[in-house]
Design a binder for this molecule. Structure first.
Ligand SMILES: Cc1cc2nc3c(=O)[nH]c(=O)nc-3n(C[C@H](O)[C@H](O)[C@H](O)COP(=O)(O)O)c2cc1C
Length: 161
């Protein structure tokens, strides 16, 4: 699939099959994702794979759509607020790379932001000054939702003289 088609056909998946995901394959998507742009080569992303006990404590409303794999992506701290923002942006680039690599293999993802809530940071044992980019449920989709329409990009563009 062309990259533009991959981007446009990715969906947030809300319900997953129980089919397991190969560990090697998963690592290959993470490794590919690490080629994300990141200023000063900070490579700020870190991953927490969430086991059943921790997952139960998070009390997610659908248990991440019963995804066979759940993990969190963190962005590491920085010396200044500016650099911290850069880290978060780079970590989000890492995530999008990962989502697309998984999608290319037919694997879907669910991005949940609840990991950033103070009580969930505690459950995840996230160290101070780390940002939680998201918690991700991942698996083969049970169903593929329709695309949510996007605003025409021309309305988002301003040309400066
Ligand atoms: C930073 C971020 C946080 C998100 N948090 C949630 C969330 O907590 N719950 C949820 O259902 N979707 C969450 N999403 C997914 C969006 O709702 C989803 O991407 C959007 O509805 C567009 O749908 P699509 O991904 O299928 O194109 C999040 C996405 C991003 C980028």
């Amino acid at each position: 699939m062309k990259i533009t088609e991959l981007i446009k056909t990715r969906r947030s998946i809300k319900q997953f099959k129980q089919t397991p995901i190969g560990e090697e394959e998963l690592h290959s998507w993470l490794e590919a994702a690490s080629y994300a742009p990141n200023h000063r080569m900070t490579e700020p992303w870190e991953l927490l794979f969430i086991g059943p006990n921790t997952r139960a404590k998070l009390k997610h409303k659908t248990d991440f759509g019963n995804a066979p794999v759940v993990f969190a992506v963190l962005s590491k701290p920085a010396a200044t607020a500016f650099e911290r923002d850069e880290n978060v942006m780079a970590a989000a680039c890492f995530v999008q790379n990962f989502l697309l690599a998984a999608h290319e293999a037919g694997v879907g993802t669910y991005w949940a932001s609840l990991g950033a809530l103070p009580h969930n940071r505690e459950i995840l044992n996230v160290q101070e000054n780390y940002d939680v980019i998201g918690i991700f449920g991942m698996g083969y989709p049970e169903e593929m939702p329709n695309a949510k329409p996007r605003t025409p990009i021309s309305s988002k563009i301003t040309y400066l003289s």
